[in-house]
Write a protein that binds this ligand. Structure first.
Ligand SMILES: [Zn+2]
Length: 253
């Protein structure tokens, strides 16, 4: 039983503990190229949040990891079989209820541990910050915590070399053999402004990628996944510890 994982701990333990920080991992249920499981983002969120919290806990940080929310925003994948979409307004409603509990029980720091590119927490955190003035709510995107090019050869952002390597390390029994891996080729907008990043529109996923992947997984290995996992959890773990001890009324220098 890991005392920093809510799903594993118990009332006997929790009746005498006060946590400073709650971590809410948030994933998605969606196709990941031909070869990775639909819950890839959730497996990654579970393992990375737990690995990071372990580091913070062992340093003395009072952190508790809530169960991973398994559905995310998949509005652009409506025609991909069994991609389970949660509308942004539903996501907001779920988050409101969780924040309400934490606020009522005096856990004023929340980190949303995002694991899925379609989830956009910024407007949600802004609105909740106004409503719950005592709370300090932040969110992280772990794929951006490190420079991926130091770990992986191929760029990508969905079922790519990074995700395939991580899954080969975390759940090898759920990764199909290499001859089933799609190339993760994807199409870009014809209008340049979209690729330059200063104009945004949601991509129709089934039109940009045949195998649902974006990024070629061909050079993925479990060793690369392990190295990335250890470095991400170390960095996130140090951050969680720092956040546990931070005075939320004195954050600026
Ligand atoms: Zn993913």
């Amino acid at each position: 039983m890991r005392p920093y994982i809510l799903a594993e701990t118990n009332w006997e333990t929790l009746k005498d503990v006060n946590f400073d920080l709650a971590v809410l991992p948030w994933g998605a249920t969606e196709a990941h190229n031909y070869h990775l499981p639909y819950a890839t983002d959730n497996f990654e969120a579970d393992a990375l949040a737990a690995g990071s919290a372990k580091i913070a806990w062992e340093k003395g940080g009072k952190v508790i990891v809530l169960p991973t929310v398994p559905f995310g925003v998949n509005t652009g994948q409506s025609d991909i079989y069994l991609d389970i979409n949660l509308n942004p307004s539903t996501q907001f409603a779920i988050l409101c209820d969780i924040v309400e509990v934490l606020h009522r029980q005096g856990i004023y720091k929340l980190l949303i541990f995002n694991s899925h590119g379609g989830n956009n927490f910024k407007p949600l955190v802004r609105e909740l910050g106004l409503k719950y003035r005592k709370m300090f709510i932040s969110f992280s995107n772990w794929p951006q915590a490190l420079d991926k090019s130091n770990y992986f050869q191929e760029e990508g952002d969905h079922a790519d070399e990074m995700e395939t390597s991580l899954m080969l390390y975390l759940k090898p029994e759920l990764v199909l053999p290499k001859d089933k891996w799609g190339s993760g080729g994807s199409k870009k907008y014809k209008i340049k402004a979209f690729s330059e990043g200063w104009v945004w529109a949601e991509r129709k996923w089934s039109q940009i990628s045949e195998d649902t992947g974006v990024g070629n997984p061909i050079n993925s290995t479990s060793e690369k996944g392990e190295r990335f996992f250890k470095d991400v959890t170390q960095k996130m773990g140090n951050f969680l510890f720092e956040l546990c001890g931070a005075d939320i009324n004195d954050l600026y220098q």
